[in-house]
Structures are given as structure tokens and as C-alpha cells.
Design a binder for this molecule. Structure first.
Ligand SMILES: CC(C)(COP(=O)(O)OP(=O)(O)OC[C@H]1O[C@@H](n2cnc3c(N)ncnc32)[C@H](O)[C@@H]1OP(=O)(O)O)[C@@H](O)C(=O)NCCC(=O)NCCS
Length: 158
């Protein structure tokens, strides 16, 4: 089984289907882009035979901008990151590489944008996500909020 990973726009027919899957996984509130500090928000859907089986939303932002920190400059430009805000796969389709495919899509996109790192945060109950992040080589940093950890991985500089 191969899932097709594509960008999903709010005005397309599959958006509601994606939102309903996110709702079932308790993540609907993370799908619309509401952040003011970001440069770009990208919503991905994973599809198998036309059915939406997964979603991932990430933002491109200047590192520190979400916490009101000043930018860190490298070669005269502020360092940026891809921050994954929402991520889930339909329970029936898990453990078939769908989640990893969406993560890889996001990584490739962020490398293309010249981002320095990928980052995300998830609660300690997200054991499958922790296993996925470890398998993809992410470093782990405890967060002060909501019994959660941050996952961070530097990207290839292109
Ligand atoms: C986290 C999640 C998106 C992973 O999606 P997925 O499509 O099942 O992940 P993949 O099949 O791409 O897994 C890639 C690798 O991650 C690891 N992994 C994923 N799920 C795992 C599990 N249940 N147990 C152990 N390792 C696991 C494995 O190394 C796996 O590779 P392998 O199958 O070749 O061994 C999915 O489990 C999910 O939606 N969970 C609930 C929501 C959630 O926790 N979201 C993220 C935090 S908000």
C-alpha cells in the first residue's frame, strides 16, 4: 500500500474529510492556520484510493518567534524552522509508512526553504509518535508545558 501525500487547501472538497479525521484524533483545532508570527503554513493529506488516511500541518517560522525571542542570525539571515503542529494517521492505516511519508515530505519542503531544523511537541501519551521520532533520529527535549516533549532535528543545508 502506498499513500499519496499532497498539499490540501481549505477551499477543496477533501479539506472537510481531512478535518473530520483530525477531529476523530482530537486535533481539529490545530488544522486552520491562525498564527500571526509564521511565514508559511502547509497542510498535507495522505490518500489511499482517494480516501484521506492521514494529515500533517507544519509552519515555517523564524526560530524563537513563537516565544517572542529575537532571531538568531547565520550568514546575515535569521534561522528558520519547520514546526509540525498537527500529525495523525487513521488507526486502520497505521504502521504502513504513512506517517513517515508525510514527515519526509515536510522535511524535504523545509530543506528547500533553507530551514535550519524541524521541531514539534507532543504529549507523553503519544507513544507511537515518540517511536516514530526516535526512528527518524530526532533529539528529545523536555517541555515545561502539558507533560510533553519537544523533538528537534537539524536539516541538510542546501
Ligand atoms: C504517530 C502516528 C502519526 C504514526 O503514523 P504511522 O503511519 O503509523 O507511522 P509509520 O508507519 O510511518 O511508522 C514509522 C516508524 O515509526 C515507528 N513506529 C510508529 N508506530 C509505532 C508503534 N506503534 N510502535 C513502535 N514503533 C512505531 C516505527 O519505527 C515505524 O517504522 P516500522 O513500521 O518500519 O518499524 C500514528 O501512530 C498516530 O496517528 N497516532 C495518534 C496521534 C498522534 O500521536 N499524533 C502525534 C502527536 S500529536
Amino acid at each position: 500500500m502506498t499513500a499519496e501525500v499532497v498539499e490540501v487547501r481549505e477551499w477543496t472538497g477533501v479539506y472537510e474529510e481531512l478535518l473530520s479525521l483530525a477531529d476523530r484524533l482530537g486535533q481539529a483545532r490545530y488544522i486552520p492556520a491562525r498564527e500571526d508570527h509564521i511565514e508559511e503554513s502547509v497542510l498535507l493529506g495522505a490518500f489511499v484510493e482517494g480516501r484521506c488516511v492521514g494529515f500533517l500541518r507544519f509552519m515555517v517560522q523564524i526560530i524563537g518567534s513563537d516565544e517572542g525571542r529575537p532571531p538568531i542570525f547565520d550568514a546575515g539571515r535569521p534561522l528558520t524552522e519547520g514546526f509540525v503542529e498537527a500529525f495523525g494517521v487513521d488507526a486502520e492505516y497505521r504502521r504502513r509508512g504513512v506517517g513517515k511519508s508525510m514527515q519526509e515530505w515536510a522535511i524535504e519542503f523545509c530543506e528547500g526553504r533553507g530551514c535550519y531544523q524541524m521541531r514539534s511537541r507532543s504529549p507523553v501519551s503519544s507513544r507511537e509518535n515518540y517511536a516514530l521520532k526516535i526512528s527518524m533520529g530526532y533529539a528529545i527535549h523536555p517541555s515545561g508545558e502539558n507533560d510533553s516533549y519537544y523533538f528537534v532535528r537539524t536539516l541538510k543545508r542546501v
